[in-house]
Design a binder for this molecule. Structure first.
Ligand code: DGL
Length: 292
């Protein structure tokens, strides 16, 4: 028995690979279809309605072309813009990265001052503030109504970070200079935890960590998101039952050779060949390699 259908996941580009890595480590036997929407990146500077329409289009492609059993929105901007719309319109469960990230931060912070960095779209959407208000206190030490459980959020948009990662530039003097400028207010706010509220940012973790200093713990949503996926698979009885390794397939809506080259460096050889998705050609034409 078990459900052999793949898990679908997407991001504007390479960022979601950080979540894919955590997922593969936690549930290695699951098949995975990953789309980097590099033809339309960056999402962070676009209106939220536009990002929502991209997310819906991608999710439909994952369901209709790849028969996925669950979708991971491995992008904070798309989660902020479209998680509710996706959940309302899709026949499969949808997991985002905002709540898992906050849960991860809640477990770590001691002084209850948490910094969150993300794209302009994510930060200006108010999604993190809403998510903190909605957290019901069931997560140990999480935000809630009581004074003891509440934590302060200090938000900062980091325009430019995603572009560095997409160019394959994960550490350089330029990245450091930009990070020093953008992260200074968070250092001044005295946060002890910094939530990387964009799935691209873990690729810049070394620089961000150096700029924030040793007293600030960096947290990403990747591991908690993987735990949430595993829990949804189990509770719905849709996990793959075999112990063998899953098959992973990667697609890009932009330059597939660039995606393969930089993606392999960031993710590893398992990335393999990259299939092309052309939204303009019937909105959904895919030329990937073997289906799991
Ligand atoms: N990885 C996306 C996120 O988590 C980046 C969005 C972008 O393309 O600007 O928000």
């Amino acid at each position: 028995m078990g459900d052999d259908r793949p898990i679908g996941m997407f991001d504007s580009g390479f960022g979601g690979l950080t979540v894919a890595r955590a997922l593969i480590d936690l549930v290695p036997s699951e098949h995975l279809i990953y789309l980097g929407d590099t033809g339309r990146y960056p999402y962070g500077s676009r209106p939220l309605e536009e990002v929502r329409s991209f997310a819906l289009e991608i999710a439909r492609w994952l369901v209709e072309e790849h028969d996925v059993k669950l979708i991971v929105v491995a992008c904070n901007t798309a989660s902020a813009a479209g998680l509710e719309a996706l959940r309302a319109s899709l026949p499969v469960p949808v997991v985002g990265v905002i709540d898992p990230g906050l849960r991860a931060a809640a477990k770590v912070t001691a002084n209850r001052r948490v910094g969150v960095i993300g794209t302009v779209g994510t930060i200006s959407s108010g999604a993190y503030q809403r998510a903190v208000e909605e957290m019901d206190g069931t997560t140990p030490g999480a935000a809630g109504q009581g004074e003891d459980s509440f934590f302060e959020l200090h938000l900062a948009a980091c325009p430019g970070f995603v572009e560095f990662v997409e160019r394959g530039e994960t550490s350089s003097d330029q990245v450091t200079v930009l990070a020093e400028r953008l992260l200074a207010p968070l250092g001044e706010a005295g946060v002890d935890t910094l939530l990387l509220g964009c799935t691209h940012y873990p690729f810049l973790a070394r620089t961000i960590g150096e700029v924030m200093g040793r007293d600030v713990v960096l947290v990403s949503s990747a591991d908690e998101t993987a735990f949430e996926v595993r829990s949804v698979l189990t509770s719905r009885g849709i996990e793959r039952s075999t112990g063998g390794s899953g098959m992973y397939r990667f697609y890009s809506s932009g330059d597939v050779e660039w995606f393969r080259k930089v993606g392999t460096r960031l993710f590893g050889e398992e990335l393999g060949q990259v299939g092309q998705v052309d939204w303009a050609d019937r909105r959904t034409t895919s030329k990937g390699h073997d289906t799991p």
